[in-house]
Design a protein around this ligand. Sequence first.
Ligand code: SF4
Length: 870
Amino acid sequence: MTEPTRTTCPYCGVGCGVLARPDGTIQGDKAHPANFGRLCSKGAALGATIGPEGRLLYPQIAGARASWSEALGLVAKGFKDAIQTHGPDSVAFYVSGQLLTEDYYLANKLMKGFIGSANIDTNSRLCMASSVAGHKRAFGSDTVPGQYEDFELADTIVLVGSNLAWCHPVLFQRLAAAKAKRPGMRVVTVDPRRTATTQIADLHLGIRPDGDTALFNALLAEIARRGLIDQDFVAAHVEGLETSVASARSTPKSDGLTEQDRNAFIDLWCRSERVVTLYSQGVNQSAYGTDKVNAILNCHLASGRIGRPGMGPFSMTGQPNAMGGREVGGLANMLACHLDIENETHRQAVQDFWNAPVICQKPGLKAVDLFDACGKGQIQALWIMSTNPAVSMPDADGVAAAIRSVPFTVVSDIVDETDTARLADVLLPATAWGEKSGTVTNSERRISRQRPFLPAPGEARPDWKIIADVATQMGWGADFCYASEAEVFREYAAMTRLSRDFGRDLDLTGLSGLSDAEYDALAPVVWPVPETGHQGPRFFADGGFYHANRKAKMLPVEAPAHRRSEQGLILLNTGRVRDHWHTMTRTGRAAQLNAHLAEPYLEIHPEDAARIGLLPASLARIESPQGTAILRVMISTRIAPGQAFAPMHWTAETSSAGRVNTLVAPLTDKVSGQPASKSQPVRVTAFGAAWYGFAASTEQMTPERPYAAVARSDTGWRAEIAGCKTPHDWVGEARAVLRIDTGTASLSLDSARGTARVAIAHKERLLGLFFAATEPVAVARAHVIALIGTETPADVALAGVPGMDRPDPGAIVCACKSVGINTIKAAIRDGAASVDALGGCTGAGTGCGACRPELEALIARTMPPALAAE
Ligand code: SF4
């Protein structure tokens, strides 16, 4: 067997080390300090996502294959013409936290230093811009002070707006392991809904949406009342204490909590010198996100609990290289190396370093404003790199229309059939994970290498090379002439000398002299990496903040007034599921990742479901002024009355009506420009389906019915469907859904039960199975999928459930070991009273461990009371 390549997972901000082989074998890298060998279900399934299917292999112009030279020439001309006629601010780049640092660096250099505009923004704007803005307001720089090991060293961990168990599973596993070793550790979750993460919590605070500022202001007021202000630290290093405490004292208790819960939290926080407050999208994706961040930072600054082992605020980023993008100036309001656009000296230094003809003079358009400007005809040429804004942006339909209206749109990506790629005039094929080479920075400022272990398919090129090629075609070849990504990295690392000389945090000068071989072998390293005198991995234990007076600023922050929804409206919270990443262009290829949650859904409280008339597994229509979605109903007390949750992963490729960002208004935080994606008022009604269906096929099905969600399965494709009119010809309907027009069809109709079932076989081999009913279809889906491709007789297959000799495993809970819910429940009923016991008899939870919170919840729900009491 060939030696594996050491690389880094391309999904979340944990930044796990991966050992990868060209045959798709994937293992966690035990030597990587982020994960020490662990991987979550997404990371473990990376091998299933690297095939050639769906890849964009050649440049395309207006949908037709073109040569690189034709495509690059056209892109350069499109941008040059727009700049010449309408000025540099008439063009824009929308880039991605999926890009490597070297890609990001050159995109930023081209736009800000050569085109002369700052109209480059990134999908990281949707992820953590409020944290960046909060850091800059408090610290004077965008600095994450702590390290992952602080989660293991802390006595109390507070997880605010973070479903760590699903969104950063390996960190969650590290936390769970630390708590198991040190049971005295306390975990608090602060979240309007109960999630898999809540399973580990000693205390769950189900705050009102956007109640975070009120909660942390109450904490600050109590820190002051109890005399817990670190007077020495504050006197030496912090300003703004008095006004912040005064503001906190006058804040109404509008967090939606009981006195008892609030006091329990405050008491725990105050008693724990070693306390980490980790926050994520639930804090950031808000119209008040920056204030929420500063409310958290205020508490750590006032108490001096920052920068020492086991304590501090910690912003958890969503994307694999959101941090790298921040470092090289990938946001429209920043320069490279954490320098400020508004600062003339900084601008001049950056221009001089690049020997650039111009430099942007003001911040550019942030994501929402950028697409707004597209829709208003202000952007003449747009380049979207490695992201899918027609799905992921708020008001996704409006954004798609805005992109369509831009006279010249370029998309560079690894796949050719995304909702955004369909809107492009020019498509440029980029290399994917496993093919590309560069660096990423994770949430603890650790730089790791992504290394290639596969050849680039077709004519795909690295993003940094595409950007350099376009710059060359635009006339700046001498300034974009790089032999390798290592050369780009050296230039960037050398540029951080500017940051150091301006007294800023970001210093990679110690890496600026790496040879190609040293760059290739670079081990994961936490910045700063100065040439001499390394200060250690944490910031601010002894002050040294980055405002001009070297002090941190506490800011008085007001809690937003409690917004009451219009009568009957539900507040929609959007987010992620455990086994999918963003718009599923990669995770959707792995059948095992589709088995956990195979369709988009709306999680809603039983009281609201009863009021609206929603039944379990029925369909709901969700409407806002922006758009409409139709989602499967999941009734649950994990969500509070008046609220609902829906995942954001489904696209027009995978669902007919599951794009939840079509519902979200483009409302943003006024400081950070980050959209508020977690509190959209929506109207929910029952969707009147005449029939519901489930289908499994050897062929790729498409989401064409009023409700449809398709996904890859182990034997082909699976689909959940529903229609508004009962078909007269069920066989014809089945063939259309299954996309099979050959073979022999067998039909089973039961008009008393309102069911229709169709099997299609060719030479006795089952090609497709179709089940329809007037109510949500109750068949054993895993069993039905497993029958495809077998020679099971049609009458047996149409039963839709396995015989007594083959129990139905049910929907998959443990993706790594393919263990279904029925198997798990049966084992619990047979006496498996702990997650480890379940692992022993079923294997569930013994892979990546991401399902362990769900297993605990199942044990709590399924175990007979007598057994539970023992
Ligand atoms: Fe990848 Fe999972 Fe690690 Fe995130 S936690 S980096 S998705 S393996």
